[in-house]
Design a protein around this ligand. Structure first.
Ligand code: SF4
Ligand code: SF4
Length: 189
């Protein structure tokens, strides 16, 4: 898929998000890093659950060599998954095999945003909500509605504001937003 976001823009986004965290302390201590370790199931290939793969946003793959030993790659067709009609062709899924100790500065964007997700209102205003993805674990930041650091909220919003300038990413956020019946806004400008 053709991304309008350049590699250097993704690199700048990674640097911005490197500086923030959902909490001032490591939230992984609240849940034994549930969002990182939930894919470890010995009944699955190499002890990793394929369904728990993380998809990269269009163009994000430019930040990787695909030789990273801590990641397993899968190249799929977007048409075979639940993505907007404008998404067709290659999409990259990764699964980490070193959880929860990945190189922090290399974490994919989906890891960095969690537990937040973008939402576009009927007026096309960007807001942040808690992720409503179906997950096999409970994130205490969501279930206990823990207050997130202002720096994390602001940086995540800034990044999504930039990302939705890309038509494919806009379509994805709009498509996800249209399915939701009600939302609870965690951050808005
Ligand atoms: S984001 Fe949620 S599930 Fe993941 S480590 Fe932090 S508290 Fe645990
Ligand atoms: S890449 Fe890192 S942050 Fe993301 S799920 Fe794996 S261990 Fe967790």
């Amino acid at each position: 898929m053709k991304s309008t976001i350049k590699r250097k823009t993704y690199a700048a986004i990674y640097r911005l998000l490197d500086r923030v965290s959902p909490l001032s302390e490591d939230c992984g201590t609240l849940c034994q890093a549930a969002c990182c370790t939930c894919g470890g199931d010995s009944s699955t290939e190499n002890g990793l659950d394929f369904d728990m793969g993380i998809y990269l946003l269009p163009g994000e793959e430019k930040l990787f060599t695909r030789k990273e030993t801590w990641l397993k790659w899968s190249v799929e067709n977007a048409e075979d998954y639940d993505f907007p009609d404008s998404w067709y062709g290659k999409i990259y899924f990764v699964r980490c095999n070193c959880a929860p100790h990945c190189p922090r500065e290399k974490r994919p964007l989906q890891c960095r945003f969690f537990p937040l997700a973008p939402h576009l209102t009927d007026e096309d205003e960007l807001v942040l909500i808690h992720s409503d993805a179906e997950l096999p674990y409970t994130c205490p930041l969501i279930s206990k509605n823990v207050e997130l650091t202002p720096s994390f909220l602001k940086a995540t919003y800034t990044v999504w504001k930039r990302l939705i300038q890309d038509p494919l990413i806009y379509d994805l956020v709009k498509w996800d937003s249209c399915i939701r019946e009600e939302i609870s806004i965690m951050y808005q400008k």
